[in-house]
Write a protein that binds this ligand. Structure first.
Ligand code: HSE
Length: 410
């Protein structure tokens, strides 16, 4: 089987490395021989071991009928979309690690693949090296899934872990993540939650059956999390994690958010540290399943891409039954209708007055303490209620709110 790669960046070069280095085990495990035929990149690479198959011309790949499988690891929507759709229309199977492409154009590309009877696979688009797309679409196909949630961005989890365990400055930890090749070209997508958003939209589309577009979804990143919040979280046996979650509500709508959350230390998600990701899937038959592994990085992500390439190579004659329906206008619920408990940190003018008012208005509140707490600083956990109500109440209390963080119970 001839494989071409579009984009020789971190993931693309990892895919080339795994295909050539592990050719023997790939053959042994799946009885297919993969041969790299082209690598497209507009840049020049000195000392690249694949110099003889590098090209700057996409049409070398598109017009070569001997190319069976195309791997897209360029990132971004354009020109990736144009290249991928042209390859699918030309009858080539396509494997991508590009979550932005799948989150924005997944339905369109799956439709083209369906019409042309070829495969469009994207295991590496969510959770890096963790098998998650195939387990949901195959192993859990006998379940009605009610919720999918997880830590889906390696860079932000790496930064939070450094803040929690080493008291490290946000900027230093971000630079470290960039040096290690975890972060996106523009790390805003990592630290402001947009990368995790794309991934949870893909998972929600797969779990709930209609394309969920990232546009307009409530998204909050980790850039405003401070070491004070980390300390208060620790005082109530919690850690702060960037949680992306999608839940099917009773009326059939999907409540989807990305935001930092307080996670109890005993939760499986609390122990997910560094660049690792974890994804929890809640099915009516299976209960909770948690998948865990490296969510970013060259070879981990390449592992997922190569798994898809092998799957395509083993299924050249038939398309895999896989995908979802079109998006719908009223698919998403208003996240403010979900019942949650909030962590609140604020300053107050009169501590006595504020404590009395908070307890009187909210009822069962847990006040938190930390070392070196400022005399006018207050932090507490609210009881669970609809977020809309909670925010109305907070606005009326005698507090200057500095931060609020949602809590989760898994
Ligand atoms: N920048 C992404 C992350 C890479 O940190 O998780 C994998 O999608």
């Amino acid at each position: 089987m001839n494989v071409a790669i579009l984009g020789y960046g971190v993931v693309g070069s990892g895919v080339a490395e795994v295909i050539s280095k592990n050719a023997d085990i790939i053959k042994k495990n799946s009885n297919v021989s993969l041969s790299l035929s082209h690598i497209l990149d507009i840049r020049d690479f000195e000392n690249c071991p694949f110099q003889d198959i590098m090209t700057k011309d996409f049409y070398d790949i598109l017009n070569d009928s001997k190319v069976d499988i195309v791997v897209e690891t360029m990132g971004g929507v354009s020109p990736a979309f144009e290249f991928v759709s042209a390859c699918l229309k030309a009858g080539k199977h396509v494997v991508t690690s590009n979550k932005e492409l799948v989150a924005v154009k997944g339905y369109e590309l799956l439709e083209i693949a369906r019409k042309k009877d070829v495969n469009f696979l994207f295991e590496a688009a969510v959770g890096g090296g963790i098998p998650i797309i195939r387990p949901i679409s195959r192993c859990l196909a006998g379940n009605r899934i009610s919720e999918v949630a997880g830590i889906l961005n390696g860079t932000s989890n790496f930064i939070l872990t450094k803040m929690i365990t080493e008291n490290m400055d946000f900027d230093v930890a971000l630079r470290l993540a960039q040096e290690k090749g975890y972060a996106e070209k523009d790390p805003t997508a990592d630290v402001e939650g947009f990368d995790a958003l794309r991934k949870i939209c893909i998972l929600a589309s797969l779990c709930f059956g209609n394309h969920v577009y990232p546009n307009g979804v409530y998204t909050e990143g980790i850039s405003k999390i401070t070491l004070e919040d980390v300390d208060f979280a620790s005082s109530c046996d919690c850690v702060i994690k960037l949680i992306a979650k999608a839940k099917k509500m009773d009326d059939g709508k999907i409540s989807l958010t990305v935001s930092p959350c307080l996670v109890k230390n005993e939760s499986m998600l609390a122990g997910v540290n560094g660049v690792f990701n974890a994804c929890l899937v809640r099915g009516d038959a299976v209960g909770d399943v948690v998948l865990y592994g490296q969510g970013a990085g060259k070879l981990a992500t390449a592992s997922a891409v190569v798994g898809d390439v092998i799957d395509c190579a083993c299924n050249t004659k038939e398309r895999k039954f896989f995908g979802w329906d079109e998006g719908k206008d009223d698919l998403l619920a208003d996240y403010l209708d979900e019942e949650i408990s909030l962590y609140v940190r604020a300053t107050v003018e009169s501590m006595e007055n504020a404590v009395a008012e908070i307890a009187h208005t909210l009822g069962e509140v847990s006040f938190l303490k930390r070392e070196k707490q400022a005399f006018d600083e207050i932090a507490f956990l609210t009881p669970a209620m609809k977020e809309r109500e909670l925010r109305k109440i907070l606005a009326k209390l005698p507090l200057s709110v500095i931060s609020t963080i949602r809590t989760v119970d898994y």
